[in-house]
Design a binder for this molecule. Structure first.
Ligand SMILES: CC(C)(COP(=O)(O)OP(=O)(O)OC[C@H]1O[C@@H](n2cnc3c(N)ncnc32)[C@H](O)[C@@H]1OP(=O)(O)O)[C@@H](O)C(=O)NCCC(=O)NCCS
Length: 178
């Protein structure tokens, strides 16, 4: 099993992975929705606004994660981790946590200071996230599940309070994801 930084050439395998994982876990509609999101994000990978990491086993992709930039007027490097997929057959074996830890290490090297995610706290708590109040960092769009808004500092400092609503990448700029 090895981790890689992915580029646009992996567009097709990333899209297929997200479509099949989310179809199995959440049904066909969600599979199509997140598959389309992964398709758009993977076409836009530029290693700055959109970064993607994958896990491979014998040349086959078994997991992938995206980090996308949240933009504030101030020059702070904040990224959002989403979406995350581990192939159905490889779930529950530590693959997701290992890939997220690799991704966090890589984006810390690239000077990110805060990472946010939006998902199930019981999973993301295992990789260092904590509940994040929107009084500290706001979501770019209105959250339907504010309890899923999570963050972690990648520096020695606590997460700073930022008094403005960030902008997400255009691929996430749709209430259906929030
Ligand atoms: C959620 C997901 C990314 C976790 O990756 P994974 O490789 O299966 O998880 P790991 O083996 O690293 O970690 C397993 C731990 O996380 C927990 N966990 C796994 N999937 C979970 C889920 N969907 N919700 C909550 N907790 C989950 C397990 O309880 C387990 O805890 P334990 O070790 O104390 O028993 C993966 O199962 C997946 O792709 N699921 C379908 C798509 C999805 O829900 N993606 C996340 C939302 S963007």
């Amino acid at each position: 099993m090895n981790h890689k930084v992915l580029d646009k050439n992996s567009h097709r395998e990333i899209t297929n992975l997200f479509t099949s994982v989310f179809t199995s876990s959440e049904g066909e509609k969600e599979g199509r929705l997140i598959g389309n999101l992964a398709s758009e994000l993977s076409s836009g990978i530029d290693n700055q606004e959109i970064i993607c990491f994958g896990t491979y086993e014998e040349e086959s992709i078994i997991a992938a994660i995206f980090f996308t930039r949240l933009r504030f007027n101030e020059a702070i490097q904040v990224y959002m981790l989403a979406p995350v997929a581990v192939s159905t057959r490889h779930q529950g074996k530590g693959v997701g946590q290992a890939l997220i830890n690799y991704g966090l290490y890589e984006i810390t090297k690239r000077s990110a200071v805060v990472v946010i995610t939006y998902g199930d706290p019981s999973f993301y708590f295992k990789v260092g996230f904590q509940t994040l109040s929107e009084n500290v960092i706001q979501a770019p769009l209105k959250l339907s599940m504010p309890e899923g808004w999570l963050g972690q500092s990648l520096s020695k400092e606590p997460i700073p309070t930022i008094n403005e609503r960030p902008k997400c990448v255009k691929e996430f700029n749709d209430p259906v994801y929030w």
